[in-house]
Design a protein around this ligand. Structure first.
Ligand code: NAD
Ligand code: MN
Length: 490
């Protein structure tokens, strides 16, 4: 048995020897340094401070961006306030036209955007090409459709925009998070000041170029680079009327406290520790693909990642065997290679966080499994990892790792599955794998999670609202729900 298992693993890993298939970068122009996008053009910053953004797969510096200061933030918010007067009043079908145009340009420049996203953040090109960029374009396309139908979307009230939205986004899906923030805000007639994450500012700066190309009226979108300090200046600016934040629960709580009593509207999209639950009647091969996609997609840098696998005890062994074999076939390496499944970890800090939590798992007594996997010498890398023998009290079962690390737990009954799935301060997403439709509905009713996927995982669609319960935040992005945070309805 052991020998048979071994050779099947070898077969699976040896069968496919792929020649390198790197996406070319010569169609992409990254400037040596970038200014800030304020009032419709790139302007010299008041701040003298700059910092580099690197390619995490080789640690090479890609460009230098500004750390926007208080004066820069004030300028951007003033530009957005000024633009709000006219943007909120132009015919809604004209607003729609700009959004359609942006969506179209995102599609036209998809290849360039995908390469920049991959170089700046480390994610595999097949993901930025097939997921991040098309979904970003789809998001603008979807909200363009709502822009002139708000009165039908919310009948018997008069939907009105709020004003300037201050938006802060993370590094895991830089352009997609930008789209989730900017598209509904603009469709509803608001103007925005957006700050991308410090490790992945480049696609947002490309987006600034796209706004100019689309001839979007000056000041409707403003983009400020910087780190946490700049982010806090954006959200605390008194003329910002609505704050939208995606990032860690820790910073989310900080922002919530700082906005208390200001009357500003706030939505928070924070962390997660999702359960991916496999029942004994599930199609196991499909479930294995869903588990892999759930936790190794984007190196596990996914807030709704299926980081806790709950397996019904009766199928624990066959499922784990299949899963381990599948892990051995994942290709880790150059994110620009079209055959790469697992790219680079986004930053050194994130790599350290992942390594620390994995160490704690071993120390607390979990059993570690990693397929044989050669890590490149330069850059930040972590092999696909899974833990068995995990107790619910272990840190790896409770804390968000935000890396390619899966904790496997077991259950016997559906009730136990629900209890374990909900045993977390988070509540962003969950997955259920079963052949029974009735069980899917039974589970979905009982799980405290904003999204419950059935026999799939990590599927996103602009028409579908996304957001959390409990410490995963509040407010929804996507769908009709995604317009609500940007509208005054009475
Ligand atoms: P982070 O909270 O440190 O940073 C997120 C963004 O907030 C960055 O742009 C950062 O510069 C900015 N920021 C930092 N401190 C700030 C402050 N005091 N005030 C205002 N802005 C501030 O998170 P991170 O480590 O960069 O990102 C990973 C986290 O984001 C994970 O916990 C993940 O779950 C979460 N996330 C959630 C979602 C979601 O939709 N729920 C999506 C992606 C990421
Ligand atoms: Mn970078």
């Amino acid at each position: 048995m052991a020998i048979a298992k071994r050779s099947r693993i070898e077969l699976a890993t040896q069968r496919f020897e792929y020649a390198p298939a790197p996406e070319s970068t010569d169609h992409v122009k990254i400037e040596k340094r970038y200014d800030l996008f304020i009032g419709g053009r790139m302007v010299k910053a008041h701040s003298q401070k700059r910092f580099p953004t690197i390619n995490p797969s080789n640690e090479e510096k890609l460009s230098e961006v500004v750390e926007a200061d208080e004066v820069d933030v004030d300028r951007a918010v003033k530009a957005a306030s000024k633009a709000f007067d006219s943007w909120s009043r132009i015919g809604p079908s004209r607003r729609a036209r700009y959004l359609f145009r942006i969506s179209r340009i995102l599609q036209e420049r998809a290849r360039e955007l995908a390469v920049v996203e991959t170089m700046d953040g480390g994610k595999p090109i097949k993901e930025s090409r097939d997921v991040d960029i098309p979904l970003s374009a789809a998001h603008f396309f979807y909200y363009a459709g709502w822009a002139d139908k708000l009165e039908w979307a919310f009948p018997n009230v008069k939907p009105r925009p709020i004003g300037v939205a201050g938006q802060v986004i993370p590094w895991n899906f830089p352009l997609l998070m930008l789209a989730w923030k900017i598209a509904p805000a603009l469709a509803a007639g608001n103007t925005v000041v957006l700050k991308p994450a410090e490790t992945t500012p480049l696609s947002a700066l490309l987006f600034a170029d796209i706004c100019m190309q689309a001839e979007l009226p000056d000041g409707v979108v403003n983009i400020l680079t910087g780190a946490g300090k700049t982010g806090s200046l954006v959200v605390s600016h008194p003329a910002v009327r609505k704050v939208a934040f995606t990032g860690s629960t820790e910073v989310g709580k900080l922002i919530q406290r700082s906005l208390a009593g200001t009357g500003k509207r706030l939505t928070l999209e924070l962390g997660g520790k999702a359960a991916n639950i496999v029942f004994e009647d599930a199609p196991l091969d499909a479930a294995v693909e869903g588990i892999v996609n759930g936790i190794y997609f984007n190196q596990g840098h996914v807030c709704c990642a299926g980081s806790r696998l709950l397996v019904q005890e009766s199928i624990f062994e066959p499922l784990l065997e299949k899963l381990k074999i599948r892990l051995g076939t994942l290709r880790l390496g150059d994110p620009l290679d079209k055959n790469t499944d697992i790219g680079a970890i986004n930053s050194k800090a994130q790599l350290e966080k992942i390594a620390g939590l994995v160490e704690s798992g071993v120390e607390e007594g979990a059993e570690l499994y990693q397929p044989e996997c050669k890590l490149p010498e330069r850059g930040y890398w972590f092999p696909p990892t899974l833990f068995t023998n995990v107790s619910q009290s272990y840190r790896i079962a409770r804390e968000e790792i935000f890396g390619p690390v899966l904790s496997v737990l077991t259950f016997r009954t559906p009730d136990e599955a629900v209890e374990k799935a909900n045993n977390t301060p988070y509540g962003l997403s969950a997955g259920v794998w079963t052949d029974k439709g009735s069980r899917i509905l039974w589970m979905a009713e009982r799980m405290r999670a904003g999204v419950v996927w059935a026999n799939t995982f990590n599927r996103f669609d602009p028409t579908s609202p996304f957001g959390g319960y409990k410490e995963s935040g509040y407010g929804r992005e996507g769908g009709l729900h995604g317009l609500l945070p940007y509208l005054e309805l009475n």
